[in-house]
Each structure stands twice: as C-alpha cells, then as structure tokens.
Design a protein around this ligand. Sequence first.
Ligand code: PBG
Length: 340
Amino acid sequence: MSETKHSRQPFGQYPRIRMRRNRSDDWVRRLTAEQVLTPADFIWPVFVKEGGAAKEPIPSLPGVSRLTVPALVKAAEQAAKLGIPMLSLFPYVPKERKTEDAREAYRKGNVIDKAIRALKKAVPEIGIMSDVALDPYISHGQDGLERGGRILNDETIEVLIKQSLALADAGCDVVGPSDMMDGRIGRIRDALDANGYSHVKIMAYSAKYASNFYGPFREAVGSKSALGRADKRTYQMDPANGDEALREGALDVAEGADMLMVKPGLPYLDVLWRMKQQFGMPTFAYQVSGEYAMIKAAAQNGWLDNDKCVLEALMCFKRAGADGILTYSAIEACTLLQKL
Ligand code: PBG
C-alpha cells in the first residue's frame, strides 16, 4: 500500500488488522469518533422584519420564518437555553425603504438596530452577529453601490463603515462583512477602533463564492426581485478557484479579522479544510439557504431522511475543519442531538 503524505502509516495488514472491530457497537463507535457535534458549534441565522404577523413562513426555506422583533426575542431565548452561542441577523426590508445609496443600512431605528437592542436587553447571554452588506437595503439588490454598471469598491466601503458603526452602537458583538469588497476588513477594523469599539469582533466572509445556492436567502430578505437577472460575479469568487480563497484569507487575517468564514458549505469543504490548515484561525462554514432547502425538499418527497441528513452534513463540516457552522437547522439540530 503506498503511503501518501496525508495518510498515516498503515500499522499492519489484514487479517491481523480488521478495521471493522472498532465499528462493532454503538459504544465503541462513540468512543473512537474523531469529532463531536454540540450546540456550541452552531450559529443560527435568523430573518427579522418590522411589524405584521409574528411569524411569516418563507416558502423556499421550509421551517424558517421571518420574525418580528418580539418573536425573535422569544426565539433567541430558546436558542440560548439550548446552548447555541450566537445568532446571525438578517433584515427583511420592504421595497419602499430600499434606495440607491442604501442609507437604510445605517439608519438608527432600522429593524436590525431595534432587534439588536431588544436582544441585548432580554437575552444578553447570547452572542449577536449581523451581516455587513448593502443588498437588503439597496434598490438594485447588489452588495455595493453601483455607477455605470459597475459596483464601486471604495465608495461602498464608506457605507459599510457607517453600517458597522451603527451595528456596534446598537450592541452587536460580531460584524460579518459579507460584501466581498477589497480592503473592507481593515477599514472597518480601523473605524471600529477609532470609535471606541475595539471589543467588537469581525467574522470575515473571506471566501464567499458567487453561488447559485443563495436563491432562497435572496427571497427571504427580499433582494431577489431587486437583483433580477444580475449576478455578483464581479466581487464574489469564482467557484473554480481554491488558491484564491487562501489569498483572500491571508488579506483578511492581515487586516484584523478575528474569525474567517467559507461560504457556501458542503460543495466547498476543500476550501474550508485549506483555510483551517493554512491559518489556524477560528474558521466557520455557512451551510447556505440552498443547501438547507435541498435537504428539506428531498425529505418532503420521502427521498431522504431529514434528521439523519441534517446531522450528517453538520458533522462533515466539523471533520473538514470548521470550528462552527452557520445553519438554519441550528434549533432542529440541537433537538436531534438531545435525542441521540
Ligand atoms: C448578502 C448575503 C447573502 C447570504 C448571506 N449574506 C446572499 C448573497 O450574497 O447574495 C446568503 C446566505 C444563504 O444563502 O443562506 N451579502
């Protein structure tokens, strides 16, 4: 048997060696498992909206709803009780609040601002992360300002800074720039530090791909129709590229990121693995809306076992090096883990 640089030395040969011995019973499988999944591994992305019904189901994300602030507070209490360390907030913004300059993104009193303040008051023990990007707030659905058909990098960063400072002011613990503008991590870090927010952490969406698996999310935040047939390939990464993710990661580390993220998740486990190996940073994977929807759709058809597939996919992120996973299945997974 040839030994590759990744495989360990084979310690012997069949029949003396029988790999199945350690798989014989549940107790020995548990004893020899290399990874465990716990509630502390999950970051729960939630959608928050202003007014109306407490819960508004999102058809393309079965089991996920947009919540009003009071409903979100209740959900956060449940998450905290289950041991989930952090929520990640996303806004649903009505059309009439979207503008070309995305000024709603940093308006004091916007739905995210209200949500963070309410959560910090009612459930201070849970961490709050919020996305830094303009897409829910901008009339054309891109993550940045646009002029003459181009997404403007440096002008967009100025708005992202305002948004980050507004989030920090509301009490946000972790800002998550998901926009993929060049240089934004360093500029946001400097702005936070200069304004008394040196304690606010940055989780950089370091390797964020121009993925088609974001479809249901764009429906959830109401940016899908705004975006129309446009795509985000001038700033999000090409799915063909792996080395480039390491360059993105290196820049984010140098610019002061506290945590790195790879997104989407399952089709990009190689990127996750490489990032973790390369930088040894706290590294997270985002199991995105399309990945969640695929499991749900197949399960609804009776083609997959939902509960088993949910836990298997999450475990695989751990094996590939994730310190945690952003997943819409966070609550569901905690409940399933309790039943094991
Ligand atoms: C916005 C953002 C997106 C997601 C998280 N933040 C969508 C996009 O880039 O178009 C996707 C999350 C998901 O699909 O679950 N910048």
